[in-house]
Ligand binder design. Sequence first.
Ligand code: ZN
Length: 246
Amino acid sequence: MRYLLISDLHGNYEALEAVLLDSRGQYDHIVCCGDLVGYGPDPNRVVEWARANLLAVIRGNHDRACCGLDDLEWFNPIAQEASRWTISRLTEENLGWLRSLPRGPIRVNGFSVAHGSPLDEDEYIASAADAANVFDYLESGVTFFGHTHLQGGFVRIDGHREIITKPRRDEYAVRLRLDPDAVYLINPGSIGQPRDADPRAAYALYDSDTRVLALHRVPYDCEAVRRKIVAEGLPPALGQRLGFGR
Ligand code: ZN
């Protein structure tokens, strides 16, 4: 089975559209590592698309905050403001759907899906040291996660660890075949707010039969989203950062 793996959409519909167009015809199912909303100007459109199209999805910390499951005290002022705006805009149906999302990790056809760490949905796996702390506890050989908005991954193979790097700025994708004896933590990257110095929307394709993984980047109209953010009265910094991938 071929999967499109996505994460951290954050209400950015233009970036989602670009990913769907770019990956069209290359997958059978779509699986999401959470954070559908928060920051971006199109929370309802993204949630409605998710409700209709995702095979499996777990909640992210912004999904919790934007449907009233969490208070906002852990967020910085800009994230708080964006969360309050998102709560005020989401329809009752979409709020209810967000509240019903399961906590990660979940299992999907032989791999796992988490938002932060498989051990704690709010923990960041941002470095090889972070990954080293969770490898021993993993149930699946392959775990997809999000939360950091950093595309790439970590492998433990024969007792040593390696890093899976994202496509360079002049590359469109990197491909590798996953070793059945190794343990993988893979971040498909963020669609709606990449923070790895590459503003292009990120996604992954994974074929569970051939075990081929591809990490992709696709450009989209960041400027159109920035204008929408300003027009909606969201903090302008949320639009500016899209152009830098920060
Ligand atoms: Zn996020």
